[in-house]
Ligand binder design. Structure first.
Ligand SMILES: Cc1cc2nc3c(=O)[nH]c(=O)nc-3n(C[C@H](O)[C@H](O)[C@H](O)COP(=O)(O)OP(=O)(O)OC[C@H]3O[C@@H](n4cnc5c(N)ncnc54)[C@H](O)[C@@H]3O)c2cc1C
Length: 365
């Protein structure tokens, strides 16, 4: 993992700011990470993956997140797509799609629709079997990585339940359009996707078709929540690096900023936030690795603590750098925009709180 982190450092260098401004990640870089299996490093080695534990993958995700949230977003999406196939695919589907995802193929996951954001039960995309084929019709929004993706795992209604289907982005009837000017993670290739009676071989329909939507979606979202949470830990680490460096160097009123007590208080809060978020993520990853039934709640706690801490921490970081952090292109300005979006995705802060309140009542009342 340390080797992979060093290698990623070399690949990213000082380019994350430029990628953010241009809204584009280099496709060669995505491919290089993909062929090493590092976009979805938890995929077992039998499918060409790195076979990392959730804890190992989490630390790597945090490392990438500390350097470039757009790239980390792609890792989250690829990992979710891989987990959907691993969880719901049959032997042949796993062999086909997991092997592709660890050899350079890029994937996204499509749940959200214009009328179904927090409330995915309002989803209208239809998946229907037609002889040896499956037909997919609907519209998805804000699909991370879709601008780079070769395939999407698309969720939709299927009879009285739901299903997930693997849709190649070059299939007839698929249209991918970039979301213009996203606030953050600008190079993550967020796109709206139209599926106009897309006809695919029936083997693209993942097993588990017909299960309740909530059941299908929660499992995949749990992976996403934990991955985003680790990414937020990375953002907090970036904020610590930037703020401790700047406040040690810059002097005002005759001494370094870090020696002014109100500034020192902010630094202490940032360190506390990074520690708390890391511990929550480590706990959730251990639940994943041990197959604990605590996992879904632990992942929501990790996501909630990490995302809110990253958004607060990034605002503090901009504050501590003052005008030096007030320009587009500076790491803290980028993290400030990226972190805000983490409070919206994979279950917004409000939805996470509702889930946690329900759990609290079930366990403590
Ligand atoms: C950067 C980014 C990346 C994304 N990537 C993907 C992706 O890869 N795939 C995908 O399918 N989707 C993706 N999405 C979509 C994302 O999942 C949704 O934006 C998210 O679920 C929220 O839905 P919404 O935007 O429609 O907001 P809404 O559901 O309209 O919510 C708006 C506000 O109302 C609040 N709210 C809603 N319901 C309640 C309630 N019952 N109680 C209290 N408050 C409530 C929300 O918390 C939020 O603050 C992405 C979005 C963003 C911004």
């Amino acid at each position: 993992m340390t080797d992979a982190s060093d290698w990623v450092d070399e690949l990213i260098g000082e380019q994350a700011g430029a990628w953010d401004l241009s809204g584009e990640l280099p496709r060669d870089l995505i491919r290089e990470l993909g062929v090493k299996g590092l976009l979805c490093a938890q995929v077992p080695t039998e499918f060409g993956g790195a076979g990392w534990t959730s804890l190992e993958n989490g630390e790597f995700t945090a490392h990438v997140g500390s350097r470039c949230s757009s790239l980390r977003s792609l890792m989250t999406s690829q990992g979710m797509a891989a987990w959907a196939v691993q969880r719901f695919g049959d032997t042949g589907q796993k062999a086909e799609h997991l092997s592709a995802l660890t050899s350079g193929s890029v994937a996204g996951v499509a749940f959200s629709e214009s009328g179904a954001g927090s409330d995915l039960s309002a989803m209208r995309t239809r998946i229907e079997v037609d002889g040896d084929d499956v037909l997919v019709t609907g519209s998805k929004v804000w699909v991370t990585g879709a601008a780079y993706a070769d395939r999407l795992v698309v969720f939709g209604r299927y009879g009285d339940g739901a299903a997930a289907v693997v849709v190649p982005t070059d299939a007839s009837g698929v249209a991918v359009r970039r979301v213009p000017d996203p606030l953050g993670c600008r190079a993550a290739g967020h796109s709206d996707v139209t599926l106009d009676a897309v006809r695919l071989p029936r083997r693209n329909l993942l097993s588990g078709a017909g299960l309740p939507l909530d059941w299908l979606v929660t499992s995949v979202l749990t992976y996403g929540r934990l991955s985003v949470a680790w990414g937020c830990v990375g953002m907090l680490r970036c904020c610590l690096t930037e703020t401790t460096g700047h406040t040690a160097r810059r002097e005002q009123f005759g001494s370094p900023l870090a020696e002014h007590q109100l500034v020192a208080g902010h630094l202490a809060d940032l360190l506390t936030a990074e520690h708390a978020a890391t511990r929550c993520c480590e706990h959730a990853s251990r639940c994943w690795d041990e197959g604990s039934s605590e996992l879904p709640t632990a992942a929501v706690v990790a996501k909630q603590v990490s995302a809110e801490s990253a958004a607060r921490g990034a605002a503090t970081a901009v504050q501590l750098l003052g005008s030096a952090g007030s320009r587009d292109g500076t790491p803290v300005a980028r993290v400030y925009r990226d972190a805000k979006l983490m409070e919206i995705i994979e279950g917004s802060s409000e939805i996470c709180r509702l889930l946690l309140a329900r759990h609290a009542v079930a366990v403590w009342a």
